[in-house]
Design a protein around this ligand. Structure first.
Ligand SMILES: [Zn+2]
Length: 456
């Protein structure tokens, strides 16, 4: 009997120790639905069974609202405990070496990392006159391991996949998320399955294949691929159930761990400036990056680190801009664009931005605004940034410079405002797009125009 009691005692001690170790590593508490408030338990070793591998709130009203394919869950933390145990002044007063500098505010106990985050923040003196803004600051995400902000998301999502013992990861992507997930899966020793549009840049597709991931291409844009994978014509989810019960679901706008990586961009902006800027300008595809960055700024406020919030300028491309259209119509859901325009900014061409409800809410809370830009405006600013700052952006990133210039001209942004531009990725994975036959004349003309403006 004594031996039995001793065994039980040691068993309970082991559980207590494991929980304390887990507790000490992360302050996460639950996954909470932003619409109905329902909370789902987070276990160190599995996702809540009710979520059925898909991170979808099972409340019937949420299911119908989101057509079975949108995510609405957000990570929750014990902020009070965190304030007691972590020296926030030290944390946000020092420069990060990687985004894991903020590990206490991330939802995994063990980090899988390729050195993501801690990206460059450049005060762009040479763009002051073009943008007519005194303090334009470039948060250049192209210095991440695979050249885009998606590495922040992949690092957290794949860390979680490892934590729960997944054997593989999968996602739908317009290109950058696929390339990133493939790299992190390779680094983790996991299999990887990604779905991209057939027209995704050839560099991104090769990147995925070189990393050993399985690539499935589908005709159409991001949402066409998503809908094929996430629901069949009968909407019975048969495809997704098969895929995502075998692979850990790392879909943007659905897997809530991804946006936790994005929020570290806000932390880094604060750590660099030791304050919050007046504006943060972010390109919007499905809206998840904007949602994550906004969550980061709100956490800084609720933790008492900063005492105010920035305004957000979200940017889409003309005629492929369901969030901008919703904004113009004062709707709280995206306004579907049935035939979205083709655009050089392939990363944000959208017909039904899946994180629109959260993105629109963030834009409202921030007293922000949404702007749409043309390809001509985007390319002009792409070449301008290359010529003025030597930074080769992918077209999606250049949209933010074009949008800010417009908003300055319209009087929304002021000359004295401090503006941070989130430049989401390097142009090196879109080189082929830039020299495509049908762009040659346009590119040459814009290049000449920008070159003529540049003072030697
Ligand atoms: Zn719900």
């Amino acid at each position: 009997m004594a031996n039995f009691s001793l065994s039980v005692f040691f068993f309970l001690q082991t559980i207590k120790q494991e929980r304390e170790e887990e507790r000490g590593a992360t302050f996460r508490t639950s996954l909470k639905c932003i619409f109905c408030g329902r909370e789902y338990e987070i276990s160190p070793h599995r996702e809540d069974g009710k979520l059925n591998h898909r991170f979808q709130c099972i409340n019937p009203s949420c299911v119908s609202k989101h057509k079975w394919i949108y995510g609405s869950l957000e990570l929750q933390y014990d902020y009070e405990q965190l304030k007691e145990e972590v020296n926030l002044q030290d944390l946000f007063g020092s420069k990060p070496q990687s985004m894991w500098h903020y590990k206490k505010l991330l939802p995994v106990a063990t980090a899988l990392t390729l050195g993501e985050g801690a990206t460059s923040m450049i005060y762009s003196e040479r763009l002051v006159s073009e943008l007519d803004i005194k303090e334009p600051m470039l948060k250049y995400e192209g210095t991440n391991p695979t050249g885009s902000f998606k590495d922040r998301e992949s690092a957290v999502a794949v860390s979680r996949a490892l934590e729960i013992g997944a054997k593989g990861v999968a996602c739908v992507s317009s290109g950058n998320a696929a390339a990133s997930l493939a790299s992190y899966a390779a680094h983790a020793g996991l299999s990887c399955l990604v779905f991209t549009p057939t027209d995704a840049s050839i560099e991104k597709q090769r990147f995925v294949q070189f990393a050993g991931a399985r690539l499935v291409t589908v005709d159409g844009i991001f949402e066409d691929v998503w809908e094929l994978v996430n629901r069949n014509p009968n909407r019975d989810l048969s495809i997704s159930k098969n895929v995502f019960s075998s692979y850990y679901d790392c879909n943007p706008a659905l897997n809530p761990y991804r946006s936790e990586g994005d929020k570290t961009t806000a932390y880094e902006i604060y750590s660099e400036l030791q304050s919050v800027p007046d504006w943060v300008v972010i390109p919007i595809g499905n809206g998840s990056n904007l949602v994550g960055i906004w969550k980061g700024f709100k956490e800084l406020q609720s933790l008492g680190v900063s005492n105010y919030l920035p305004r957000i300028l979200g940017v889409q491309v003309y005629n492929a801009d369901p969030i901008a259209e919703a904004w113009r119509q004062c709707k709280d859901q995206s306004v579907r664009i049935e035939s979205p325009a083709d655009s050089v900014a392939e990363g944000i061409v959208a017909k039904d931005s899946y994180d629109a409800p959260r993105a629109l809410r963030a834009l409202k809370e921030s007293n922000g605004v949404v702007a749409s830009v043309t390809d001509g405006e985007t390319l002009e600013h792409l070449f301008l940034c290359m010529r003025r700052e030597g930074i080769f952006l992918e077209p999606t990133s250049a949209t933010v410079l074009a949008a800010a210039q417009k908003m300055k001209q319209e009087g929304v942004i002021s000359l004295d405002d401090r503006v941070v531009f989130v430049l989401t990725g390097s142009g090196l994975k879109t080189m082929d797009t830039m020299v495509r036959e049908n762009m040659k004349d346009k590119a040459a003309e814009l290049y000449e125009r920008v070159s003529a403006q540049v003072r030697i």
